[in-house]
Write a protein that binds this ligand. Structure first.
Ligand code: FAD
Ligand code: NAP
Ligand code: SF4
Length: 684
């Protein structure tokens, strides 16, 4: 047993089988499930994580039938031919010494397809289609399909299944009055509404026999109006245990809930106390989840007796060797999930294959292969932002001799400003990870060194990777040189004083982040520290006792020390370009702090009075002119590439490669910077 994480790494005896530790890799839809021709990629993805030592894994959701599909042609388990194909996955996992369950997910009214069914004829705010109400016979047929999917999973070689009973999907829709308006034995009082999951688990257990894991994902906190009460949740949990479940996993929040549940601004372990409250109500193992991304956090939760297991989904996408590194006392080498959602959930919601911002190999294990370099080359990487860090560490991993030049006195590039934003403290972890890799891989790091073409040429490198990043764009506005004008670097890098009334020009990711920074009261929690769980619950309206329908409470005001105007020229939604699954959180958070968002802005001039603007409609017609009497105007109007070095080197015949913002600044983010750095170095 491990001395370092004795609770996390302790085996778990399930009676008929044993899990080697308490880490469950939670279900994530990767997009690889949906197409049979990706089965070998799917198998390799899980096999790498099994090799990394995780105790139990759960696949992305498979629908038990066509009406339950998330989208047309999405992952389904309803015939033996499909099940046979899955033996590639289960075989690869078992060969690597792992265990894997298949998740059965019936989307109900969350399906993005016209055949959807639910308890009643309702439409979810997150699907354009209205669900058809099932007849009593139709309900029976859904139960049969759930049972059939579990039998097929067993035939495919899975160690068990997870029944998805939370997140607002089909089963959850039967449990709550807001979506279940039935008057038959499947609707009305709670004992009728909970009949569906109990019957599914009971009949499934009968069909699969005793030696097959059945995890039930119990919605312990619905976070929507008309959600379940705490007593109802406990009653259901006990009935699910009686019906034959092996493990109860925690589900938090419907997808349509307006409380964030996993984005980076949710404090670590922010929902562990929900599981803790349930823990002890049943005798079977209980698993907790959401925003647990380090072995330390997992250990702390288990040591405090809040659960028997911890589910970590995205952290295993970010680092397939998470558990192995923890076992070997190398947790400082873990590539930590920063909960950005940019390459995982955002991709899943756009029907693109998932990956990971900090680990572009995720879900591309068979394609982005890092081989040992056939010939060792002397490689210079210029710029230690995300792109340069990815390139330098990838090249060194492959055996090349790498020198990394950085003009600043620290690594990280723009990530050093991102990590200062309240709610983005996780970005520190990426820099800690790279710093450790630089030491381990013996990269020659030259901080405070601005590389120039002559010195690079003199040192005779075989390859030079230019990752010099971007410089902020200065828009042409009358009065742009006025002393009240600041750039975002003046605020986030040079700590220049900012007044009480501020206009932010540009409502992209950085404009939003700067506004978040300026509306924060740092007397509550120090910069760099995550907000406390109780303050976060108060801000977002989560009942600290998780009582009441859905566990909701009145949101407490979060006063801002400043009045902020956040502006863009486009007439569309302000912040429309932010991430699919996180943009609404940023918008909601700033609205809660009474930030005034203005669109269709024309910036006429800046003078002692403030910022003069004209507001235009979508045809460009001026509808109003305003003078914003602000103390400061902060420019967050995008960036331009910083690439003179590359142009010079390639002209002089050197083997130069251009990556990250230095390559293309348009729509640059760290996801692209890290992927491009990794891909370039994978080919050197
Ligand atoms: P940079 O990060 O700009 O790094 C370039 C580096 O090169 C710098 O360290 C610079 O000092 C160095 N350099 C330049 N010239 C030389 C030279 N001649 N010699 C030596 N060194 C040199 N992206 C996301 O994906 N998600 C986010 O949530 C996010 N939030 C952000 C929040 C803020 C406040 C900011 C400012 C940015 C954010 N970004 C985010 C953007 C992200 O940080 C950038 O896309 C990313 O840093 C670009 O990486 P890069 O390596 O190309 O360039
Ligand atoms: P951005 O997202 O491209 O936004 C630039 C903003 O400036 C836009 O609102 C744009 O809107 C405005 N603008 C552009 N040219 C202008 C001009 N000449 N005059 C006035 N306004 C102008 O860039 P960013 O905010 O600098 O962010 C850089 C990158 O970092 C982005 O690609 C982003 O993905 C990433 N990032 C991501 C996050 C995140 O949370 N995921 C956070 C921060 C940064 P109008 O043209 O409508 O005015
Ligand atoms: Fe975590 Fe972001 Fe990677 Fe998703 S993309 S696994 S949230 S680091």
């Amino acid at each position: 047993m491990s001395d370092i994480y004795p609770n996390l790494l302790k085996p778990l005896d399930l009676g008929f089988t044993e899990l080697k530790n308490r880490v469950l890799m939670g279900s994530m839809h990767t997009g690889l499930e949906d197409r049979f021709w990706n089965i070998h990629k799917f198998a390799r993805y899980f096999a790498e994580r099994a090799e990394g030592g995780v105790g139990l894994m759960v696949t992305g959701g498979f629908s038990p039938n066509l009406v339950g599909q998330l989208a047309p042609l999405a992952s389904t388990m309803n015939n033996r031919a499909t099940a046979l194909l899955h033996r590639h996955v289960t075989g690869a996992v078992h060969e690597a010494g792992g265990k894997i369950c298949m998740q059965i997910l019936h989307a109900g009214r969350y399906g993005y397809q016209p055949l959807i069914v639910s308890a009643s004829a309702t439409k979810a705010p997150i699907s354009p289609f209205k669900a058809r109400a099932l007849s009593s016979k139709g309900v029976e047929s859904q139960i049969n399909d759930f049972v059939n999917a579990a039998k097929l999973a067993k035939f495919a070689g899975y160690d068990g299944v997870e029944v998805m009973g939370s997140e607002g999907y089909f089963i959850n829709q039967f449990l709550c009055e807001r979506t279940n308006k039935r008057a038959d034995k499947w609707g009305g009082p709670y004992e009728n509404r909970m009949r569906l999951p109990v019957e599914i688990v009971r009949r499934m257990r009968e069909a699969v026999g005793p030696e097959f894991i059945i995890i039930y994902r119990l919605s312990m906190l619905d976070l929507v109006e008309g959600g379940q009460s705490w007593d109802q949740i406990v009653t259901l949990g006990k009935a699910i245990e009686q019906a034959g479940a092996t493990i109860i996993n925690t589900g938090i929040g419907w997808h349509e809930a307006r409380v964030p549940t996993i984005v980076t601004s949710v404090p670590r372990g922010g929902f562990a106390d929900v599981t803790a409250k349930f823990y002890g109500e049943v005798d079977i193992p209980v698993c907790t989840t959401n925003r647990i991304n380090t072995p330390e956090k997992g250990e702390e939760i288990l040591a405090a007796g809040k659960a028997d297991m911890v589910s970590m989904a995205r952290p295993l996408l970010a680092d397939s060797e998470f558990v192995r590194k923890a076992e070997q006392g190398r947790s400082d080498e873990i590539n930590t999930c920063i909960a950005c959602n940019q390459a995982c959930l955002d991709h899943a919601f756009q029907a693109k294959r998932a990956s990971c911002l900090v680990n572009p190999r995720a879900c591309h294990e068979t394609e982005l292969v890092l081989t040992v370099a056939p010939v060792v080359r002397r490689v210079a990487v210029v710029g230690a932002g995300p792109a340069g860090l990815a390139a330098a560490t990838t090249a060194a991993k492959r055996g090349h001799k790498v020198t990394l030049f950085e003009a600043d006195d620290q690594i990280g590039g723009q990530f050093n400003y991102a990590k200062r934003i309240p709610g983005k403290e996780e970005f520190y972890e990426t820099l800690r990870y790279y710093q450790r890799q630089i030491e381990l891989l013996e990269i020659d790091l030259k901080l405070g060194t601005r590389a120039n073409a002559d010195s690079l040429k003199e040192q005779g490198f075989d390859d030079v990777v230019i990752a010099t990043g971007v410089k902020p764009r200065t828009p042409k506005i009358d009065g742009i040189d006025h002393p009240k004008v600041l750039g975002y670097l003046d605020v986030l890098r040079h700590n220049k004083p900012v007044g009480e009334t501020v206009a932010v020009i540009g409502a992209g990711g950085i404009g939003f982040d700067v506004s978040e920074f300026l509306t924060h009261d740092f007397s509550h929690h120090a910069e760099g520290e995550q907000v406390s769980v109780s303050d976060w619950q108060a801000e977002w309206g989560v009942n600290p006792e998780f009582e009441g329908p859905g566990g909701l409470a009145e949101r407490q005001p979060t006063p801002s020390p400043r009045k902020i105007y956040l502006m863009q020229r486009k007439t569309g939604k302000v912040g429309g370009g932010l991430g699919k699954t996180s943009g609404w959180v940023h918008r909601n958070s700033l609205k809660h702090r009474e930030v005034e968002m203005l669109r269709g802005c024309r910036y006429d001039r800046i003078d002692d009075q403030g910022l003069h603007i004209s507001l235009t409609d979508k045809d460009g017609k001026v509808t109003e002119t305003r003078v914003l009497a602000v103390d400061n105007v902060i420019i967050c109007a995008g960036q331009e590439p910083f690439r003179e070095l590359f142009d010079y080197l390639s002209d002089s015949g050197m083997n130069a490669h251009l990556i990250g913002g230095a390559d293309v600044a348009e729509e640059l983010d760290a996801k692209r910077a890290i992927r491009q750095g990794t891909e370039v170095a994978a080919k050197l």
